[in-house]
Design a protein around this ligand. Structure first.
Ligand SMILES: NC(=O)c1ccc[n+]([C@@H]2O[C@H](COP(=O)([O-])OP(=O)(O)OC[C@H]3O[C@@H](n4cnc5c(N)ncnc54)[C@H](OP(=O)(O)O)[C@@H]3O)[C@@H](O)[C@H]2O)c1
Length: 276
């Protein structure tokens, strides 16, 4: 989802982009990563590959940690050895969600899930690799490419299936397009280090689903509320994972727009494109 969006945004910005998929460049295989880098000889690597099945990771922790932890170490070492700037992406799920103010970059991490632990391992691998890097923790992504919350809600609502959405987890829905643009901003600002990046404002998943249904399917029944405990999913999730993005604002001089404005533009684009 993010990889394809970022490739489009960087191409639109005039960059030459090589965007290998998992078959062409397996991040867990040092030879595959080396071959890919030596073929395209990039100035910048955006490491968007990941194991992202949050619930499945509870029963596949070794695989999640191989892709997200060791895979990120492989990419970071390969970039370090070639002097390439690396941009990599982390998750709000490194936090336990017990706070009540937005999480800062240096707040203590305490992942609740196997996925969160694997993302933390990847983050530590990049930060500790000695490679020049920009590391972006982000959250609640949606976008045009691939399965995501917005498409899942629209599919269920269109099929007339009842919608029950959790109202006790708070974060900031983030459009991959805005995240890709924010990545460009950080690169062009010469930033280095760890940044929290997400669309502005915050809400619950229920608020987000309600906006999606109201905008895309006017007249459809709004989603019902439920609690995280009601769903009894395998992975625990942070209750409060809003990210403090002031470091991003200080370095780029810009903030990301409010999540509602971004989501409305994304949904309008789907209508115009006839995609949904
Ligand atoms: N989605 C979110 O809400 C969210 C929130 C916070 C952070 N993030 C982070 O943001 C980044 C992008 O997420 P996303 O939602 O765009 O993920 P995504 O849509 O699941 O895409 C991940 C990609 O990684 C590929 N991949 C898996 N294993 C690989 C391997 N060994 N080598 C190379 N490629 C491999 C997958 O290929 P296949 O499909 O062929 O397996 C897929 O194309 C990830 O770091 C993710 O952890 C995402």
């Amino acid at each position: 989802m993010l990889g394809r969006e970022a490739a489009e945004r960087f191409r639109d910005g005039g960059d030459e982009v090589d965007a290998p998929d998992a078959d062409e460049c397996d991040v867990t295989d040092p030879a595959s990563v080396a071959a890919s880098l030596d073929r395209s000889r990039p100035e910048l690597v955006l490491h968007c590959a990941a194991y992202t099945a949050v619930d499945r990771a509870e029963s596949e922790e070794a695989l999640a940690s191989k892709v997200n932890g060791e895979g990120s170490a492989v990419v970071a070492r390969a970039c370090r050895d070639r002097g390439i700037l690396l941009v990599a992406y982390g998750s709000d799920y490194v936090f336990d969600g017990k706070g009540s103010r937005p999480w800062r970059e240096d707040d203590p991490v305490a992942p609740l899930s196997a996925y969160g632990r694997s993302k933390l391992a990847g983050e530590r691998a990049v930060v500790g690799s000695g490679c020049e890097h920009i590391f972006l923790r982000t959250q609640w992504l949606y976008g045009a490419h691939g399965r995501n919350f917005v498409f899942a809600i629209l599919d269920r609502a269109r099929r007339g299936e009842p919608l029950r959405v959790v109202d006790d987890q708070r974060g900031s829905p983030t459009w991959t397009r805005d995240l890709a643009e924010a990545t460009r901003e950080l690169v062009h600002a010469g930033a280095r280090g760890l940044f929290h990046v997400a669309n502005g404002g915050d809400c619950t998943w229920h608020d987000f689903a309600s906006l999606v249904v109201a905008e895309a399917l006017p007249g459809a029944s709004p989603p019902a509320r439920c609690s995280t405990a009601d769903l009894a999913l395998p992975a625990r999730r942070p209750a409060y994972s809003v990210l403090d993005t002031s470091r991003y604002r200080a370095v780029t001089g810009k903030g990301l727009r409010d999540w509602k404005e971004a989501a409305r533009e994304f949904l309008a684009g789907l209508r115009e494109g006839g995609k949904k």
